[in-house]
Design a protein around this ligand. Structure first.
Ligand SMILES: NC(=O)c1ccc[n+]([C@@H]2O[C@H](COP(=O)([O-])OP(=O)(O)OC[C@H]3O[C@@H](n4cnc5c(N)ncnc54)[C@H](O)[C@@H]3O)[C@@H](O)[C@H]2O)c1
Length: 255
C-alpha cells in the first residue's frame, strides 16, 4: 500500500484481536507503530510479535479514558517515534444486556471507552496534524452503528456517535489536509465477541445465528480488518474522507 513506510502510527487497543492484527499489518508496510493499550502485557505481546518479524513498534500502557495519561503517552510517542502521521481509534468494550436491564454505571463505562476515549485521542493528536497540515484518522465503529443490534443499545449509540463525530471532523479539518474515515467490523472472532456471546447465553446458538446471517458464510477473523484500515491510512485513499466502510462479509449492505 502506498505511503505507509516510515510513518508513525498510533493504534489504540493494539493489544487486542483487531488492533493487534492492524499493528502487525502497519509494521509489515514499514510503519513505526505505537501500540496503545490499557493492558500493558497485551501491548508488549503485539510489539514482540512485530519486532520478531523485523518490524518497528513500541508499547504504551495507556487508558484512553484518562485525558492526562493520553496527553503524556502522546508526547512520549513524539519523543521516541516522531510526529504522529496516522491515528487508529480501535480500543473498544461491550457487554450484552437488553437496554432495560442496563444501569447508569454500565452506560458510563460504555460511553467512556467507546466514545469519550476516542474524543480524548482526537483532542490529543489532532493539533500536531493541523500544524503539519497532514494526517490520517481511521475510527473503528461497528455495523451495530449502522443497523442497530439487540443487546448493544448503548454501545451502538456510542459507535453511531463516533461515526457522526468522524464525519464532522472530516469537514472541520478537510482544509488542514487531514482525512477521517470509519471502518465498521461485523461479528469478528476476538475476546470482545467471545465475552459478548458468553454473556448472551447459549453461545453456540448465537454464533450459528451470526454465521447464517452473514452472506459470505462465516464470522470475521481479526486479519479481515487491517486491509481496509491501512487503505484509509495510505496515499491510495488521499481523496477519500468522511466515509464508512463495513467489513462484515456482506452483513450490512448500506448505500
Ligand atoms: N469483535 C467484534 O465482533 C467487533 C464487532 C464490531 C466492532 N468491533 C470493534 O472493533 C474494535 C476492536 O475490538 P476487538 O474485537 O479486537 O476487541 P478486543 O477485546 O480483542 O480488543 C480490544 C482492546 O482494547 C483495549 N482497551 C479496552 N479498553 C481500553 C481503554 N480504556 N484504553 C485503552 N485500551 C483499551 C483492550 O485491552 C483490548 O486489547 C473495538 O472498537 C470494537 O468495538 C468489534
Amino acid at each position: 500500500m502506498r505511503g505507509l513506510s516510515s510513518k508513525t502510527v498510533v493504534v489504540t487497543g493494539g493489544g487486542g484481536g483487531i488492533g493487534g492484527a492492524t499493528c502487525r499489518r502497519f509494521a509489515a508496510e514499514g510503519a513505526n507503530v505505537a501500540v496503545f493499550d490499557v493492558d500493558a502485557v497485551a501491548a508488549e505481546r503485539t510489539v514482540a510479535a512485530i519486532t520478531s518479524d523485523g518490524g518497528k513498534a513500541a508499547a504504551f500502557a495507556c487508558d484512553i479514558t484518562d485525558h492526562e495519561g493520553v496527553q503524556s503517552a502522546v508526547s512520549k510517542v513524539n519523543t521516541s517515534l516522531g510526529p504522529i502521521d496516522v491515528l487508529v481509534n480501535n480500543a473498544g468494550w461491550d457487554i450484552f444486556k437488553p437496554f432495560l436491564k442496563t444501569s447508569p454505571s454500565d452506560w458510563q463505562k460504555l460511553i467512556a471507552i467507546n466514545l469519550t476515549g476516542a474524543l480524548i485521542m482526537h483532542h490529543a493528536v489532532l493539533p500536531q496534524m493541523v500544524e503539519r497540515r497532514s494526517g490520517r484518522v481511521v475510527n473503528i465503529a461497528s455495523d451495530a452503528a449502522r443497523v442497530g443490534s439487540s443487546g448493544e443499545a448503548v454501545y451502538a449509540a456510542c459507535k453511531g456517535g463516533l461515526v457522526s463525530f468522524s464525519k464532522t471532523m472530516a469537514r472541520e479539518h478537510a482544509r488542514d489536509g487531514i482525512t477521517f474515515n470509519i471502518v465498521c467490523p461485523g461479528p469478528t472472532d476476538t475476546q470482545l465477541l467471545g465475552d459478548f456471546i458468553t454473556a448472551a447465553g447459549n453461545p453456540e446458538k448465537l454464533k450459528e445465528a451470526f454465521r447464517r446471517s452473514i452472506p459470505l458464510g462465516r464470522i470475521g477473523a481479526p486479519a479481515d480488518l487491517p486491509g481496509a484500515i491501512c487503505f484509509f491510512a495510505s496515499e491510495d485513499a488521499a481523496f477519500i474522507t468522511g466515509q464508512v466502510l463495513s467489513v462484515s462479509g456482506g452483513l450490512t449492505m448500506a448505500g
